[in-house]
Design a protein around this ligand. Structure first.
Ligand SMILES: Nc1ncnc2c1ncn2[C@@H]1O[C@H](COP(=O)(O)OP(=O)(O)OP(=O)(O)O)[C@@H](O)[C@H]1O
Ligand SMILES: [Mg+2]
Length: 319
């Protein structure tokens, strides 16, 4: 069974207004509420793909109940730790007149040490874990060491681990030796402390991360696709040019596409093309909707795969 872990999930509350007015009342024309957070997003897309999975993490209060029930309504299985704090709500306001949006993300409830202990016990008790995907920010009270410990523990039991995080959570998390990490170019650049302008820079940075004990590195690069740096080679998957309507959650969709490939026994080339296809298919979906199975599978043959293991001098020209 694939498990996803979101320590700081959210309800994303989206409002559409004609124009934001700071003097008078602004009338909301439409609003919607959706389950949010990286791990949650990965679970939603995996479920769309028909891959059995269970979302883990912390939820609490009325908002936590809402999150759990919304996931259940979408057919997403979950097994959360119930905490004493209240799950956060993020606010997104779309201004129709300008096409701009404002995003307010809350930091999330403080997690008590005994609640972290309950999470460790929950994960230790998962008999059927084959893959664990960890994603997202850490709520107050949770040290990045938590990621390191979970990854090291799950790996020791023979399951595959994937980490999609940034900042300290990524830096400390990789010390647990995850099988895969999926930074975007900015996150990788931050991790290695230098700019990554050319594909050669990205590959070199990924190789350095591998030397720190990470199995393989998937670097997502927006419209430039995803490069996979692994022990036996370097592979690039490039999506087709598309009319992008949304870029929220595309990285999570890419993670889900990759895990779907791993879970269904596809070879690594296919895992990478499915990851890229899933990310790109979600760019075509407005709002908080995510790509469905047909969108993703239709996109797969449009993704170009290249084995670039021996073409180092041709890696110039990233957008
Ligand atoms: N402009 C685009 N055109 C085509 N595909 C795209 C575009 N932007 C993103 N994608 C697809 O989505 C994948 C992930 O995108 P990106 O690198 O932006 O992830 P990310 O920065 O981790 O996103 P997130 O904000 O969800 O964390 C890309 O590898 C690609 O397949
Ligand atoms: Mg991302």
């Amino acid at each position: 069974m694939i498990y996803t872990l979101a320590l700081n999930p959210a309800i994303d509350r989206t409002f559409w207004v004609e124009k934001l007015d700071f003097e008078e009342t602004t009338r909301v024309q439409k609003e919607c509420r959706y389950p949010g957070g990286k791990g949650i997003d990965v679970s939603r897309v995996l479920t769309n793909l028909g891959a059995p999975n269970t979302a883990l993490g912390f939820i609490g209060g009325f908002v936590g109940d809402e999150l759990e029930c919304r996931l259940t309504s979408e057919g997403v299985r979950s097994d959360f730790i119930h905490i004493s704090g209240e799950t956060r709500t993020n606010i997104i306001v779309h201004e129709e007149e300008t096409g701009r949006h404002v995003l307010l993300t809350a930091s999330g409830p403080e997690i008590a040490p005994y609640e972290i202990g309950a999470l460790f016990r929950k994960i230790d008790g998962l008999k059927d874990i084959s893959i664990l995907a960890i994603g997202g920010s850490l709520p107050p009270g949770v040290h990045p060491e938590t990621y390191r410990r979970i990854i090291a523990g799950v790996r020791a039991r023979g399951a595959i681990t994937l980490l999609d995080a940034d900042g300290d959570a990524l830096r400390v998390g990789i010390q647990g030796g995850p099988d895969y990490i999926k930074p975007n170019r900015r996150e990788l650049s931050q991790l290695v402390g230098r700019e990554l302008n050319e594909l050669a820079d990205v590959v070199e940075a990924a190789e350095w991360v591998r030397s720190q004990g990470v199995g393989a590195v998937l670097v997502s690069m927006g419209a430039d696709g995803i490069v996979l740096v692994k022990d036996d080679g370097i592979y690039l998957a490039i999506p087709p040019k598309v009319e992008v309507v949304n870029t929220v959650g595309v990285g999570d969709s890419a993670v889900a596409g990759f895990l779907y490939g791993l879970a269904t026994g596809l070879d690594l080339k296919e895992c990478l093309t499915h990851a890229t296809a899933a990310g790109t298919a979600t760019t075509l979906k407005p709002g908080t909707a995510r790509a469905n199975r047909k969108d993703i599978l239709d996109m797969v043959p449009r993704v170009r795969f290249e084995d670039i293991s021996r073409s180092g001098d041709q890696w110039k020209g990233l957008k």
